[in-house]
Write a protein that binds this ligand. Structure first.
Ligand SMILES: NC(=O)c1ccc[n+]([C@@H]2O[C@H](COP(=O)([O-])OP(=O)(O)OC[C@H]3O[C@@H](n4cnc5c(N)ncnc54)[C@H](OP(=O)(O)O)[C@@H]3O)[C@@H](O)[C@H]2O)c1
Length: 191
């Protein structure tokens, strides 16, 4: 029963271009070759920000071609947004806003014995981190750089740092790094 931020990043720490393109990612590997199938089998609920949701909306055709459905998840999903967004037919989603801790109990109950996946973006994962609700970071680091873009995790995590628990090479294009988030933190540090 963990809350996990599972994500692909460039080597220089970006998860999408500034204009929300993921075109850099697809040549680096496929879902079948990654840990995704094992990971998703243990996920009971998802959280994502509106840019991530809007990427799925914009790319419904290619998502459907790849996964068989324009909405690729069966688990209940919380979309964080302050706006009114279209609903993808058949998707088990609810819109919410504000403090992540306020909806976490609902998400935890829906996930039952399974994990919660914070899909992204980086600041939303940071909000879970800030609230002390993030347990694990699983990053597929691609052998590519963007120079600028949407950040992986725009937070200072220094005291204590994350704890590296596993390294898995996936060919020459990707490496998967797993980190545990320390539960005991020093708040108010100037580091
Ligand atoms: N490489 C990967 O594995 C991967 C994984 C996930 C996502 N992505 C991509 O990375 C990009 C992420 O975009 P992003 O950094 O902009 O992050 P995002 O979390 O997808 O979207 C950010 C927006 O979500 C809304 N939001 C976030 N927290 C909120 C809160 N607590 N309450 C209300 N609204 C909240 C805000 O917009 P509004 O209030 O205006 O709606 C905010 O500007 C997307 O292009 C996505 O497709 C890549």
């Amino acid at each position: 029963m963990k809350t996990q931020y599972y994500v692909a990043s460039t080597l220089d720490g970006f998860i999408a271009t500034e204009t929300d393109s993921l075109d850099w990612l697809f040549p680096l590997g496929s879902l079948e070759e990654s840990s995704y199938q094992t990971f998703i089998a243990d996920v009971g609920a998802l959280a994502m920000g509106s840019s991530t949701y809007e990427w799925i909306l914009r790319n419904a055709d290619s998502v459907a071609a790849e996964t068989g459905s324009p909405w690729p998840y069966t688990q209940p999903t919380w979309i964080f947004t302050s706006r009114v967004l279209p609903v993808i037919p058949g998707a088990d989603i609810r819109f919410c806003k504000g403090n992540v801790a306020d909806v976490f109990g609902e998400m935890r109950a829906a996930a039952k014995e399974k994990n919660i996946w914070v899909v992204g973006g980086g600041d939303l994962a940071g909000q879970f981190y800030d609230a002390g609700l993030l347990d694990e970071l699983i990053v597929q680091v691609g052998s590519a750089t963007l120079g600028k873009g949407k950040p992986l995790l725009p937070r200072r995590i220094l005291s204590p740092v994350l704890s590296l628990t596993s390294v898995q090479q996936m060919g020459t294009g990707m490496v998967e790094l797993r980190y545990e988030v320390a539960k005991e933190r020093v708040f108010g540090s100037n580091l």
